[in-house]
Design a protein around this ligand. Structure first.
Ligand code: PMV
Length: 362
């Protein structure tokens, strides 16, 4: 194994590329401690169709006394100063881990599979893609991370530092992040693939994203997590999230559709209730969000359909349903839900397999 210092004198140019997915949380992470450590464990479902593709190439440069990052970044083929700034700041923060970053010129180019203005947070997919490219770079330069498990674990740890929920995008299926006594191996630092066998009803869960508002949300997630400091409901919230994690995983294992819906919807409502009861408060749901939720609940009760919903920190609704009822549910979406979506926009997704390296064709 070469050391990081050892590689500085002989840095060969190379290129790496990864596709990494987004994820949607069922048990929400909301509230963090110093160092991107979550206040409570969270559970997510990895998505399949919403992903970022990223190409990172580097060549040796002389380095600077001030230890700066030399970066050119393109998003969907164009300059994007806002994203470039965020990536640059993250890479700078990694210099103690990767001193070689001060001695290379980086070219990073990325694109998202989902529409730019769909209100879908891209930080999980983009930051996990970046973390994977950096781990490939480490492997190439230092001969480390040769074991797949170590590779993805390190990528998850790096992704977490860039955006907490991104650490859950490194694995397919169901991913748990945050230490929980009932889940051996669960960690504050990295996401882990859930080992519990999941009932067939949920194995190919579908996720329709109903876009109520495509414009960016009014509160950044960092601001949102900050609102949990001194929040009157913080402690009971963290305790409940721990209990719900255990109950939800059991319900996913036994195929208890009603209990899964109760917890998943309860988590979505609680996330927004926490925002509405913080100081200052945030109201991110819109009238159409509520109308959608009403229609979904009615559909479930009147037709006995195993559909449930969750919400991210925004007004858009994620409808979740088993593959077995896809046709009926999608008829219902087209008939009743799309009229409530902005410009009729909705995106079909489903539980995904996790990231994969891309072949680069020049
Ligand atoms: O990873 P962040 O800092 O963008 O926070 C994500 C917060 C939620 O999306 C609301 C919940 C979650 O667990 O993904």
């Amino acid at each position: 194994m070469r050391t990081f210092e050892g590689v500085l004198s002989k840095i060969p140019a190379a290129t790496f590329a990864w596709r990494s997915p987004s994820n949607i949380a069922l048990i929400k992470y909301w509230g963090k401690r110093e160092g991107q450590v979550p206040q409570n464990p969270s559970l997510s479902m990895t998505l399949q169709n919403a992903y970022t593709e990223m190409i990172l190439s580097y060549e040796k440069c002389s380095g600077t006394a001030q230890e700066k990052i030399s970066l050119e970044f393109l998003f969907e083929g164009k300059q994007n100063p806002q994203f470039a700034k965020r990536i640059g700041a993250f890479l700078l923060s990694l210099l103690p881990t990767y001193p070689f970053l001060a001695n290379v010129h980086l070219n990073i180019s990325s694109r998202n599979s989902f529409p730019h203005s769909a209100g879908i947070a891209s930080s999980a997919s983009s930051m996990s893609a970046l973390a994977l490219c950096l781990c490939s770079m480490e492997r190439h330069l230092c001969g480390t991370l040769t074991n797949e498990e170590d590779f993805f674990r390190k990528a998850s740890a790096l992704a977490r530092l860039a955006s907490g929920s991104a650490c859950r995008s490194l694995y397919g299926g169901w991913v748990l992040w945050g230490a929980h006594d009932d889940f051996p191996g669960s960690s504050q630092e990295v996401g882990i693939a859930l080992k519990t066998p999941i009932h067939e009803r949920f194995q190919q869960w579908q996720n329709a994203i109903l876009v109520v508002q495509a414009s960016p949300k009014e509160v950044s997630s960092s601001q949102g997590h900050g609102m949990m400091v001194n929040h009157p409901f913080a402690e009971p919230r963290y305790q409940l999230a721990n209990e719900r994690m255990k109950t939800l995983v059991k319900a996913l294992e036994t195929g208890d559709v009603e209990l899964v819906a109760q917890i998943v919807e309860g988590e979505a409502m609680m996330l927004h209730a926490l925002m509405m009861s913080s100081q200052p408060y945030f109201l991110l749901i819109r009238p159409q969000t509520l109308l959608l939720l009403e229609k979904i609940r009615q559909f479930r009760h009147s037709q006995g359909m195993p559909v449930t919903f969750t919400l991210d920190a925004g007004p858009n609704v994620h409808l979740l349903y088993p593959l077995q009822v896809k046709e009926k549910v999608e008829e219902f979406i087209v008939r009743e839900l799309i009229p409530l979506c902005e410009n009729g926009l909705w995106i079909k997704d489903e539980i995904g397999h996790g990231p994969r390296p891309l072949k680069i064709i020049f």
